[in-house]
Design a protein around this ligand. Structure first.
Ligand SMILES: O=C(O)CCC(=O)C(=O)O
Ligand SMILES: [Fe+2]
Length: 226
């Protein structure tokens, strides 16, 4: 699980929220796949609405230029983000996300390797609404600032606890990674994060950095599936 802080600035969050106040919202069950429909109780912005499409495209562009996201996910394909909303005790019980997703208005399909929630409500705007993810180290519960995103393997069981007061709005997406193996992706992420830190350290020799870049890119060459 990786927390990406301030993926959006507060001004950007406010702009998204203002647009989302104006768009049509539908029952979230309409887009739930298979078994997740029985545990899904929320609303979703109408993905066929032109404003919603524009907002989703703006986020897609933003995701592609967020270094920490690119490093953690190594995205090959990103599903156009969906906007969801929980209020009045709404919740999404434990589920895993569908493995294969059809990209809307395209013949293309995507394998969901990583899922991501971008929080568009401040934590003090709602009670409950924690994103709970089961990991090999136990349950992780997150409720970060508006503008922050959390990405986690799509194969992990996760849920959103009931929103008992206020409103929780978020953008959800699924990504196919160039590296399908979660463990190798995690190793590559750790290596890249360390290289980035060393690159900012003046006492590190250029030749050492070059060598680490060489290692990183050769590992990508070995493991990326195009
Ligand atoms: O609202 C969230 O944070 C997660 C939603 C979710 O798990 C899903 O749409 O598959
Ligand atoms: Fe999910």
């Amino acid at each position: 699980m990786v927390l990406i802080e301030q993926l959006l600035t507060k001004d950007e969050v406010n702009a998204f929220r203002q647009h989302l106040d104006q768009v049509p919202w539908l029952d979230g069950k309409g887009t739930a796949m298979g078994m997740s429909a029985s545990v899904k109780d929320n609303a979703q912005a109408d993905a066929n609405d032109d404003t919603v499409k524009q907002l989703a495209n703006a986020l897609l562009a933003k995701y592609g230029e967020t270094p920490k996201l690119v490093s953690a996910v190594l995205p090959q394909k990103i599903f156009p983000p969906c906007f969801n909303r929980y209020t009045n005790g709404e919740t999404y019980g434990f589920h895993v996300d569908g493995a294969i997703m059809r990209i809307p208005n395209s013949p293309d399909v995507l394998r969901s390797d990583m899922s991501m929630t971008l929080f568009l409500s401040e934590p003090d705007e709602y009670e409950g609404g924690e994103l709970v993810i089961q990991t090999e180290f136990g349950e992780q519960r997150v409720k970060p600032q508006a503008g922050d995103a959390v990405t986690y393997p799509s194969s992990s069981l996760h849920k959103v606890t009931p929103v008992t007061s206020g409103v929780r709005i978020a953008a959800i997406t699924w990504m196919q990674s160039l590296v399908s193996d979660t463990h190798i992706r995690e190793i590559l992420y750790e290596l890249d994060q360390n290289i980035q830190q060393l690159a900012n350290n003046d006492s590190v020799e250029r030749a050492q950095l070059d060598s680490l870049h060489h290692v990183y890119h050769n590992l990508i060459r070995k493991h990326a599936q195009l």
